[in-house]
Design a protein around this ligand. Structure first.
Ligand code: HEC
Length: 129
């Protein structure tokens, strides 16, 4: 019974995850993922990829910022399908003219819900909220 209750609570929590664009916050939803899964390799901007993603640098380095290894913007506000960051997370970057590996490099890809947060945040205008 206990297990069922825990499971039900987890499902309820998942259901409450902010997937609608207006609910997604850069600082509350995106930055923690970048910090946990990306900044270890994207810290100073001197590393391969030349992209600092620590909390203070991430916004300015991503939004309306041209990708180094493709012709896309890393984040094109309102257009997740034209944002190279999303392509690198979903693994569609190569067929879109990009290079290199799916991100996070040599690790488990982000789960679908987390990628959906990035998409929703960009769709809502990629605000610094
Ligand atoms: C283990 C190290 C490592 C981790 C973790 C990592 N990256 Fe990378 N990243 C790289 C390397 C190396 C490159 C350059 C080569 C390539 O693209 O495969 C790169 C390149 C990129 C690029 C292309 C930059 C450009 O200007 O075109 C993006 C975007 C990117 N990473 C985003 C991320 C995101 C977002 C995360 C976290 C979800 C992440 N990376 C996690 C090592 C890493």
């Amino acid at each position: 019974m206990k297990y069922v209750a825990v499971l039900a609570a987890s499902i309820a929590l998942l259901g409450a995850a902010p997937v609608s664009a207006k609910d997604v916050s850069f600082s509350a939803d995106i930055v923690p993922v970048l910090k946990k899964r990306c900044a270890i390799c994207h810290l100073t901007g001197q590393e391969a990829g030349h992209l600092a993603l620590h909390p203070k640098a991430a916004f300015k380095n991503l939004v309306s910022h041209k990708s180094e290894e493709s012709d896309w913007m890393l984040v094109q506000p309102k257009q997740p399908d034209k944002s190279y960051l999303v392509m690198k997370l979903e693994g569609t970057h190569l067929k879109s003219g990009g290079k290199g590996a799916r991100m996070p490099f040599a690790q488990q890809p982000l789960d679908t819900e987390t990628v959906a947060l990035f998409r929703a945040w960009i769709k809502a205008g990629a605000l610094n909220n």
